[in-house]
Ligand binder design. Structure first.
Ligand code: 5AD
Ligand code: SF4
Length: 508
């Protein structure tokens, strides 16, 4: 996942398309829309609660509340959980005080993420006292990592459910309702929730995440994900296509295909079962989704540099509607550190991959994940990271300092020996380089015209639209009383910029 991140997995198809359209129509105001854009671990969305189904005609006697933390995969999983609970007669609420079921969908990627969840849990203590019978459940990566230890450590938790066990939620809720602690943290080799239609509770009605695979086999030494999300598995290609077609039919204009490592997507099997005479690779999947309609934009995240192929790059180049944006986590610019991280590429190999992307798609933007202060990192390694950033000219980066995670290869093999103040200083230097490069990249767009998909109103002004270019850059521009609206494409000429936003005007 690198960052699928973060920004999760999700799923599905369409038996519930009527339900889907109701919820798709009811779009809550996404907080800080403009800022939400490039984030994989989107800080603005951490702890976000889903909205009640206000347009849902059903009456519910029981309500659930769900808060999501971490990557897009987790946010997408919460939509699966919502779908499963809804089928069991639970309605969603944004008001935790009226909930019968409270869920936190958690993240373990860094220690800070876990601390945030622990702190949030303590806030439910009073609530449980005031409303006996309210159940508190922990979902996602922390549930998987800590298992029954969670129940021992956090007495107020009633349910612990790992990311592959959401289908058993109804039975677990019943068990917890009878006063027993309920837990299921079994990981699966084949669960992809392919047949479950996610309820798009937090949708802007224009862009949606579609999970194409779960888990990760990469074993980067710093990363807890292979332990919390299990082995990699690809979702049935037909169900992915069906979900994308359904989204397009419901007015969506952009899908982001999610997976920890999308480039290793591989769906194969007997033709009579799969409907495909040849295995479906990521490049083929991309192509098929791009063909749904030229009006449907296709994005994906995350790519592992070792797996992104020329075939994928040429497929991207061939289709105007496959967005010219690649999230290509580098993690470090030092070959020695990369080796210790088990990333399986060298500094030079990564640089050659960047060259290849630019050769095939000169207008492609690139972003990265970067970790400062990994075990044994010296000043020279850090400078290698700064210089590879300059080489790649990232338009954006997700930058972290190393946080040792229990059970990972790095925790078992290496000493977390870079002092915290050094990690933080190096991270600050990395952020400074990125900020400068993001501004430079935006300045180069001044005077140019881009095709923008309108996602909604600007957060700051009802007289402006907010949208994105193919390169994933955020645009804000005046509505000027024109006919264009949410979900439409417009050409925007850039006349001003900041580090994070391009400002412009609609042109013919
Ligand atoms: N410490 C700091 N950052 C980490 N990441 C993953 N594990 C750790 C860790 N232990 C970062 C990587 C990854 C992104 C999702 O989170 O950069 O690509
Ligand atoms: Fe991403 Fe590596 Fe973690 Fe897999 S092990 S999720 S590729 S950082």
């Amino acid at each position: 996942m690198d960052s699928v991140p973060g920004n999760s997995t999700l799923p599905s198809c369409q038996e519930n398309s009527s339900l889907l359209s109701i919820f798709a129509f009811f779009s809550i105001n996404r907080p800080m829309l403009e800022l939400a854009i490039h984030k994989v671990h989107d800080e603005e969305r951490q702890g976000e609660a889903y909205a009640p189904f206000t347009l849902d005609p059903n009456q519910y006697s029981k309500r659930f509340y769900i808060e999501s933390y971490g990557c897009q995969m987790n946010f997408a999983d919460s939509e699966i959980v919502a779908s499963i609970l809804n089928q069991q007669g639970f309605g969603a609420t944004r008001n935790v005080e009226e909930a019968d079921l409270i869920f936190l969908n958690t993240c373990s990627i860094r220690e800070k993420a876990e601390q945030t969840v622990r702190k949030r849990l303590t806030e439910f203590r009073k609530l449980k006292r005031d409303r006996p019978g309210t159940l508190v459940g922990v979902l996602g990566c922390m549930a998987e990592r800590l298992k029954s230890k969670f129940l021992e450590e956090e007495k107020l938790v009633d349910l612990v459910v790992g990311p592959d066990a959401y289908r058993t939620l109804p039975a677990l809720v019943e068990e917890a309702g009878s006063g027993q602690k309920a837990i299921n943290v079994l990981l699966s080799r084949d669960e992809t929730y392919a047949d479950i239609s996610p309820i798009r509770l937090d949708s802007n009605g224009v862009s949606a995440f579609v999970s194409i695979m779960r888990g990760c086999n990469n074993m980067c030494s710093f990363c807890v994900v292979p332990f919390t999300r299990g082995r990699e598995r690809s979702r049935d290609a037909r169900s992915i296509l069906a979900e994308c077609r359904d989204l397009f039919g419901n007015g969506y204009r952009e899908v982001t295909l999610l997976g920890q490592n999308v480039d290793s997507y591989y769906y194969a099997g007997a033709e009579e079962e799969t409907g495909y005479s040849e295995p479906v690779t990521f490049a083929r999947l991309l192509e098929q989704i791009a063909r749904i309609s030229p009006l449907l934009r296709v994005r994906f995240s995350t790519s592992h540099p070792k797996d992104i192929t020329d075939e994928v790059l040429y497929t991207m180049a061939r289709h105007e509607n496959i967005c010219k944006y690649i999230h290509l986590p580098v993690q470090s610019g030092s070959t020695r550190i990369l080796q210790m991280m088990n990333r399986t590429y060298t500094r030079e190999w990564y640089m050659a991959k960047v060259d290849r992307i630019r050769e095939i798609m000169p207008d492609c933007s690139i972003s990265a994940d970067i970790i400062a202060g990994f075990c044994t990192e010296e000043e020279a390694d850090h400078h290698d990271t700064l210089s590879i950033m300059e080489y790649a000219r990232y338009d954006y980066s997700y930058m972290f300092f190393y946080s040792e995670r229990p059970g990972t290869l790095a925790q078992r093999r290496y000493k977390d020996d870079v002092p915290e103040e050094v990690k933080k200083r190096r991270l600050a230097e990395i952020i400074a380089v990125q900020n400068r490069m993001s501004l430079e990249s935006n300045r180069q767009d001044l005077g140019k015209t881009f095709r923008i998909l309108i996602e909604g109103e600007s957060k700051k002004s009802s007289g402006h639209w907010m949208g994105r270019s193919s390169q994933n850059k955020v645009f804000v521009f005046a509505k000027n009383g024109g006919a264009a609206g949410k979900g439409d494409y417009v050409n925007v000429r850039v006349n001003e910029c900041t580090q994070g936003t391009l400002l412009g005007d609609i042109v013919d």
